[in-house]
Design a protein around this ligand. Structure first.
Ligand SMILES: [Zn+2]
Length: 512
């Protein structure tokens, strides 16, 4: 892998495509990588449409924490057989609400005039009201505002206190009441999440009992392949994947492919992943099992998700069992281009004399996130002369890394802090002696500056031997499954098929 770029010498066909106009949508699994991806996305200045849409879904209801919806009448008494999860609440979009109302109203139409907030109109046997939790109040106030009497509040709190954490209520959470003609509570639901909710119903003795209800997530395996024409995101969309999965795909190749600059028209991809659905509706992406990228510039790359422990933790490995992610980040940011290399004989652009350039300059937009290249300790975070705002880290085995000209530092970062690989440490800027926004990235080994691009080239570690046989079987099976995926290529310039062997997995050096 290399980051070298000499665009001037490339023919027009192999000009970089604007591939990364897309990543990320909310990742349902809150693993650490989600955060990293978000950074990755921010780093290239992408705010994806997908994210924007989900923001709307998540918070679109923020206008009226206090509103109580028009009650709707459910045709049959709530005996616990009310249709589960009419909406997946929590996501209180107006669309959802419209759908809910439509679905829930089976008999007479609710009156169209304004409805007094706490005086639900009774129609038929059961009256259903729904309200938002609302801003800045406690559980009691929210329930009271939604129409619960003091006694009812006590009863509901008793019923729920063992199953629900009242401190985790959010303004957009929904409170649903179903009452009989005598206004007795038949059912109460607290919906704050699309994958679970809390339900209170009456038992035979007439007491209210609360329980947590998990909404089953169905998973479906999907296999797709496509050909890149204008961007990776468009290619994903072209085969019906939506742009949400692009970030997950890029993550698998992180450190191997720079999707800013490497993709070329005619490159192909394949993916095997799990789609999660709730009540038949798309919910999110689950595990990504296997990915393949075959590119002019990248060579043939495949990665297989595998866990070497019994829990759910795992990561992507190459076919030979080597982890995709190395111990060091070769590039500590998403950059536009390398504007200056490590060169001990360089003619300095500002000083106009030979002045060693003891690092690599990555041109990138001001504010692009900069990450720690490896686990380490902050030895300096502050302003230092020509370096401008500088972060210095000390790592294991006599290494130090330096990040200069930052516009600002990660919040709270200070000397002595321990940082993890890929932790945010600052943002690209042009402070100090600098002609434009870039990151100067320096690396010292045993006190001497070395070329980061030469030094940081280590492949990922091999997985422990004992797991190899099981992994090989697993990877072979997935590899065959990948190979069977038809690439939905619309272009004549489709890449040649991948060689059967796995020998060319790691392209060494760039073509240019
Ligand atoms: Zn520099």
């Amino acid at each position: 892998m290399s980051v070298e770029e000499t665009p001037a010498e490339e023919d027009p066909l192999s000009r970089p495509l604007p591939s990364v106009d897309i990543p990320l949508l909310r990742n349902q699994r809150r693993d650490a990588r989600t955060k990293q991806l978000a950074l990755l996305a921010a780093g290239v200045g992408i705010v994806s449409a997908a994210v924007a849409v989900f923001m709307v879904v998540d918070f679109g209801d923020g206008d009226g924490g206090d509103e109580v919806q028009e009650p709707t009448t459910v045709g049959s008494p709530a005996d616990g057989s009310a249709p589960p999860n009419l909406d997946d609440s929590g996501d209180g979009t107006s669309e959802n609400e419209a759908a809910t109302t439509a679905a829930a109203t089976t008999a007479p139409t609710a009156p169209s005039g304004p409805v007094a907030a706490h005086e639900p109109t009774v129609l038929g046997a059961v009256t259903r009201t729904e309200a938002a939790f609302g801003n800045g109040r406690g559980f009691r106030a929210a329930l009271t505002a939604a129409g619960a009497s003091a006694e009812e509040y006590e009863e509901l709190e008793d019923a729920l206190e063992d199953v629900m954490d009242f401190r985790r209520c959010r303004a957009t959470d929904r409170l649903i009441f179903e009452r009989d003609t005598d206004r007795n509570i038949l059912l109460f639901e607290y919906r704050g999440s699309s994958i679970e909710y809390y339900q209170v119903t009456r038992n035979r003795r007439g007491e209210l009992r609360g329980e947590k209800v998990e909404i089953p997530i169905e998973t479906r395996r999907i296999t797709r392949g496509g050909s890149v024409q204008t961007s990776l995101g468009a290619a994903f969309e072209g085969v019906g994947l939506g742009r949400a999965l692009v970030g997950r795909f890029m993550e698998a190749f992180e450190g191997k492919v720079n999707f800013n600059t490497h993709p070329r028209a005619g490159d192909t991809f394949r993916i095997i992943a799990e789609e999660e659905r709730i009540s038949g509706e798309f919910h999110g992406w689950g595990r990504v099992h296997a990915v393949e990228y075959i590119g002019q510039r990248t060579g043939d790359l495949r990665a297989f998700w595998f866990s070497t422990s019994n829990d759910d933790d795992g990561e992507f490995y190459e076919e030979d069992g080597r982890a995709m992610r190395g111990g060091w980040l070769r590039t500590p940011l998403q950059y536009d281009r390398i504007s200056s290399r490590f060169d001990l004989q360089r003619m300095h652009p500002i000083l106009r004399r030979v002045h060693p350039h003891n690092g690599v300059d990555y041109a990138a937009g001001t504010g692009a996130p900069v990450w720690a290249t490896a686990d380490g300790t902050v030895t300096f975070a502050g302003e230092r002369g020509a370096n401008g705002n500088l972060v210095a880290l000390r790592h294991a085995n006599g290494y130090e890394s330096f990040y200069a000209h930052l516009s600002r530092f990660a919040r709270g970062l200070s000397r002595g802090d321990e940082v993890d690989q890929r932790q945010l440490i600052g943002y690209v800027g042009s402070t100090g002696r600098s002609t434009g926004p870039h990151l100067h990235f320096g690396l010292k080994r045993n006190g001497r500056f070395v070329d980061p691009l030469e030094e940081i080239n280590g492949p990922g570690r091999m997985m422990p031997r004992g797991h190899l046989p099981r992994f090989r079987t697993h990877a072979r099976r997935l590899g065959r499954e990948l190979a069977r995926i038809e690439v939905g290529a619309s272009a004549p310039a489709a890449a040649p098929p991948a060689p059967a062997g796995g020998d060319e997995e790691s392209p060494e050096e760039p073509m240019d």
